[in-house]
Write a protein that binds this ligand. Structure first.
Ligand code: PLP
Length: 225
């Protein structure tokens, strides 16, 4: 990807987000773009920063620690989201580096985050990840347990929970999953809905997404690991 390509892709995605907002009758600017830069080197991320974008998503703590401290020093105002599974032995690094942790999905992790937030005084926003497709291999709390888990995160652990996040099954119509997440957010009184990726973000916006997580459509295909 050349710098021009990344900047043009970013513009196209922002235009498509705006078009989906308008088509859904939602106010302009009600959907935030999380540019997913996982596996992409700093040289590919820089054109998006140079174009003024500041909200990014990474799925591995260690990889993010290698890229973002330098980019942060260069570009003020960056908001970094963790969108991949978080192991409890990486909680300290995650709380130090990320502004939003989108993948809170089990009591043990909620406890570890609460302890680290108290210790460090840093309080990144937390989203609860819901496994809407009930896929055994996928992270996330089951839908039937989501309400009780959100309540425990807030009231028992004192976590700053502001939203819900889901990754629908790859081979299904995502809309029922988006609607399920929206209904869970209504029931738990949460305002943030992180859902929608390169292939399905217009549908997610129609279902009420406040944050879409888009990688490939901005940065191109990811390098093989
Ligand atoms: C990789 C990833 C994305 C971005 O997917 P694209 O299809 O490249 O837009 C979004 N959300 C999560 C959780 C991811 O891991």
């Amino acid at each position: 990807m050349s710098s021009e390509d990344v900047a043009a892709n970013l513009r196209h995605v922002l235009d498509a987000v705006a078009a989906a907002e308008a088509a859904a009758g939602r106010p302009a600017g009600s959907v935030r773009l999380v540019a997913v830069s996982k596996t992409q080197p700093a040289a590919v991320i820089r054109p998006a920063l140079a174009a003024g974008h500041r909200r990014f998503g990474e799925n591995r703590v260690q990889e993010a620690e290698g890229k973002w401290p330098d980019l942060r020093a260069e570009y003020p105002g960056i908001e970094l989201h963790l969108i991949g599974p978080l192991q409890t032995n990486k909680v300290r690094e995650a709380v130090a580096l990320f502004d939003v942790i989108e993948t809170v999905d089990r009591p043990k992790l909620a406890r570890a985050l609460a302890i680290e937030m108290t210790r460090s005084g840093r309080r990144p926003d937390c989203y609860v990840q819901v496994n809407t497709g009930e896929e055994p291999q996928k992270a996330g709390i089951l839908p039937a347990e989501a309400e009780a888990f959100v309540t425990a995160c807030r009231d028992e652990h004192g976590l700053p929970v502001t939203g819900l996040m889901c990754i629908p099954p790859a081979d299904e119509d995502p809309e029922p999953h988006f609607r399920l997440l929206r209904d869970l957010a209504r029931r738990t009184g949460l305002g943030v809905l992180s859902m929608g990726m390169s292939g399905d973000f217009p549908a997610a916006i129609a279902c009420g997404a406040t944050h879409v997580r888009i990688g490939t459509a901005i940065f191109g295909a990811r390098p093989r690991p």
